[in-house]
Design a protein around this ligand. Structure first.
Ligand SMILES: NC(=O)c1ccc[n+]([C@@H]2O[C@H](COP(=O)([O-])OP(=O)(O)OC[C@H]3O[C@@H](n4cnc5c(N)ncnc54)[C@H](OP(=O)(O)O)[C@@H]3O)[C@@H](O)[C@H]2O)c1
Length: 226
């Protein structure tokens, strides 16, 4: 496929590397190539089959809107824009394009979400729950999109909104922990990413899956089919 990767940062550059390893033709744009989504016109996107966005919370919405208007399918890895999810879903459905998003494209984290969903039953049995997340000092949004997704999963499973505590330090790739504490015992459910490679591979495989689809998709509903 012809893939356009938006973002030359820590994750975008690895996504481009993985996509090339999987024999795709890859173009990459950073912030200076695409200010205010100005490079994402229908003419400039004509040869592109899927766009993958790993940019910033400040740029992602304009990028996504431009891709949808150009009728291009887009995989969104950037976090920090979920207040606009319903509006973007309507836009995608009206335009007939395809969008797949995830706060976390690693298969391990999506399994961790399933385990957390089961563990949420503890909240009906006098357990007190908390979410902790730890990331590198340069991360722009807090709490992390993954922690917000975990909070939503627990809320849907149990009706309880857990507090999220964020730590920003060093070069931590991404650690998420659900702690369920009772007078009798404590349950720890933890995912600790060792590198960004899991995110990059998940995002490229998501782009391959999305290529011939239309509609609005969440990776947590799709990863088992990849
Ligand atoms: N879903 C997942 O699995 C997952 C995994 C890891 C990270 N993330 C998320 O992905 C995003 C990026 O993370 P990161 O660690 O890679 O950040 P990063 O290293 O800071 O990289 C962000 C990149 O976005 C570029 N950019 C900004 N505006 C742009 C635009 N309009 N067009 C094209 N590129 C633009 C920046 O370029 P300039 O420096 O030139 O402005 C920079 O290269 C964050 O929201 C993060 O939370 C998600």
């Amino acid at each position: 496929m012809n893939i356009l990767v938006l973002g030359r940062g820590k994750t975008g550059s690895l996504v481009a590397e993985v996509a090339r390893e999987r024999s795709h033709r890859v173009t990459v744009m950073g912030g200076t190539d695409n200010p205010g989504a100005s490079a994402l016109t229908p003419a400039k996107l004509a040869a592109i089959e899927v766009v993958i966005d790993f940019t910033t919370p400040a740029s992602v919405l304009k990028n996504v809107e431009a891709c949808i208007q150009a009728g291009k399918n887009v995989v969104v890895g950037t976090t920090g824009w979920y207040g606009e999810l319903a509006r973007i879903q309507r836009m995608v459905e009206q335009s007939g394009s395809g969008l797949l998003h995830a706060a976390n494209f690693s298969i391990g984290v999506n399994l961790f979400f399933d385990i957390a969903h089961s563990a949420a039953a503890a909240l009906q049995h006098q357990y007190f729950g908390q979410v902790f997340e730890r990331h590198h000092a340069h991360k722009k949004d807090a709490p992390s999109g993954t922690a917000v997704a975990l909070q939503r999963i627990i809320r849907d499973a149990s009706g309880t909104d857990l507090e999220i505590t964020s730590f920003r330090e060093g070069d931590v790739v991404g650690m998420h922990e659900l702690v369920l504490d009772s007078p009798a015992d404590t349950i720890y459910v933890c995912h600790d990413a060792k590198s960004r490679r899991g995110f990059a591979e998940g995002a490229v495989r998501a782009a391959e899956w999305l290529a011939d689809k239309k509609g609005f998709f969440d990776f947590k509903d799709v990863w088992r089919k990849l």
